[in-house]
Each structure stands twice: as structure tokens, then as C-alpha cells.
Design a protein around this ligand. Structure first.
Ligand SMILES: Nc1ncnc2c1ncn2[C@@H]1O[C@H](COP(=O)(O)OP(=O)(O)OP(=O)(O)O)[C@@H](O)[C@H]1O
Length: 253
């Protein structure tokens, strides 16, 4: 099966100022490559600072790589830091949904803005799509008029999911998106994500420190150490016979 997402030799450095005149360059992603099939989940794991969130941001177009390519269904969306701005196809969800939600907009207005900006849909079509998307993530029709502060933490993550899904993406990047939820809400959200995946063929890039979630949700695992891929393979194989020191260490922690 052709991968929905293909990443080839991504490199990314950050430059930070040291004192008045000196600059220090830190290479955060080194030659990162992987492929993800439709309907599959790839977990990205690694110790803190290994480059997971940077990779998430580069994938979603929130940051640029220095070199390398990102392809969606065989089409290049980013080549050496130059992005073809098709923001519908890879969407990012963070740990704290309130960071990305405007407190002054109702959920309906927020979703409508997204549709108005990115599609040619009529007002009636947009309203219908918003209602359908809210119900897909387990929210009610009446939530259309709610402001972010009127939702619980678990519901807010569903709102963030609705916003990610409203433009029918092919890939969702979940950067610790389930971490702040309490265990029962997290379990419900995981089930929702798995149901959506089975129904639509969405592919997930899952970034989390929760190894139990990785084992439950992912088909493959990519292990990063200082921005470099040190292990990449089928989830059960990586858990049962980890080859890299990083994975062995994560499992024994
Ligand atoms: N905007 C930035 N400017 C400079 N350095 C940065 C920037 N963003 C991240 N870094 C550095 O890049 C490295 C990788 O950070 P990143 O957040 O991608 O790691 P991570 O694996 O997601 O860590 P964690 O598990 O703690 O979230 C770290 O050393 C971090 O300090």
C-alpha cells in the first residue's frame, strides 16, 4: 500500500544566542526518515529533548526543516524547508487544547472561521459540516454555541479534535494530546480516536511518554535519540526485543 505520509532525511537545527556575539547551533533532527500507511499509527518515542515535538511541528508545517522532504500520497508538501501550504492534510493536536483555542469565540464560530478560510462551502453547507464534525467527536449540537471555558478538559480535547478534523485531514499528529487527561477520560478519547481511524482511514503520529498507550494504539514505533532514529519497527517486535539502548532504557524505567 502506498504510504499516506513519507518523510525523507529531515534535518533541523536551532540557533541560539550565547552572549552578545556568539551563536550556538543545535541539531535537533538528524536524517529522520519513515513512512506511514493509511489507517495506521506510528508512535514517536524518546527521552526528553530528543526532538519529538520538533518533528511534530515540522510535520504539521508549524516549523520548517533545514533539509529533507515530506510527501503526502506521493506529492511533495515540503522540500528543504519550503512548504506547499496545504494545511488541510496534516493537523497537529497539542497536550493543552486551551493554548490553541480562542477564548472569545464560540466553538461554532471557530469551526466556521476555519471552513470559511479554507473552503468554498456555503453557509448552509458549513453549518451542516460543523454539526456532523461535532457529532463525530461525541459532542452535542448545542455545543456549537459554547465558549471554550464552558467545557471540561476531556471535552476541550474533543473540541481540538473537531477543529483538526473539520478540514478532512489525512494525518493527525498527537503531541502528548492525551497526557493531561485523567485515566477514564483518556480511555474514552483513545477509543474515539481508534473508532475514527477505523471509520475514515486516518493515520496518526502519536507522541507520548505513556508506553502503555504506545502499545495499545500504535502499529509501528520510531525511537529517537538526540534527533536520530535509533530504532524503527513493528510495535510488538520493538517491545519484545528492543535493539536500541534508548528503547531498552525506556522499557526499564
Ligand atoms: N525554538 C527553539 N529554539 C531553540 N532550541 C529549541 C527550540 N525548540 C526546541 N529546542 C531544543 O530542541 C531540542 C529538542 O526539543 P523537543 O521539544 O523537540 O524535544 P522533545 O523530545 O519533544 O522533548 P519533551 O519530551 O521534553 O517534550 C531540545 O534540546 C530543545 O531545547
Amino acid at each position: 500500500m502506498q504510504p499516506v505520509l513519507k518523510v525523507q532525511s529531515l534535518n533541523k537545527s536551532y540557533t541560539s544566542r550565547q552572549g552578545l556575539f556568539r551563536r550556538r547551533s543545535l541539531q535537533v533532527l538528524r536524517d529522520v526518515s519513515f513512512a506511514l500507511a493509511p489507517g495506521q499509527t506510528l508512535a514517536i518515542i524518546g527521552e526528553t529533548g530528543s526532538g519529538k515535538s520538533t518533528l511534530a511541528k515540522v510535520l504539521a508545517g508549524a516549523d520548517m526543516a533545514d533539509s529533507g522532504q515530506i510527501l503526502l500520497n506521493g506529492q511533495i508538501v515540503e522540500d528543504a524547508g519550503i512548504r506547499n501550504h496545504d494545511c488541510r492534510t496534516i493537523r497537529l493536536i497539542f497536550q493543552d487544547p486551551t493554548r490553541s483555542l480562542n477564548p472569545g469565540l464560540t466553538i461554532g464560530d471557530m469551526l466556521d472561521d476555519c471552513l470559511q478560510y479554507n473552503t468554498e462551502l456555503t453557509e448552509e453547507q458549513r453549518y451542516k459540516k460543523i454539526r456532523i464534525t461535532l457529532s463525530r467527536v461525541g459532542l452535542l449540537g448545542e455545543h456549537i454555541d459554547y465558549y471554550p471555558h464552558m467545557f471540561s478538559g476531556g471535552q476541550l480535547q474533543r473540541v481540538a479534535l473537531a477543529r483538526a478534523l473539520i478540514l478532512d485531514p489525512k494525518v493527525l499528529v498527537l503531541d502528548e494530546a492525551l497526557s493531561s487527561l485523567d485515566p477514564s477520560v483518556r480511555a474514552q478519547t483513545v477509543n474515539l480516536l481508534l473508532e475514527l481511524q477505523a471509520a475514515t482511514g486516518l493515520a496518526y503520529v502519536l507522541i507520548t511518554h505513556h508506553l502503555s498507550l504506545v502499545r495499545h494504539m500504535s502499529d509501528e514505533i520510531l525511537v529517537l535519540n538526540r534527533g536520530k532514529v535509533v530504532e524503527y519497527g513493528e510495535t510488538e517486535r520493538v517491545f519484545n526485543t528492543p535493539k536500541s539502548k534508548t528503547m531498552q532504557k525506556l522499557l526499564s524505567a
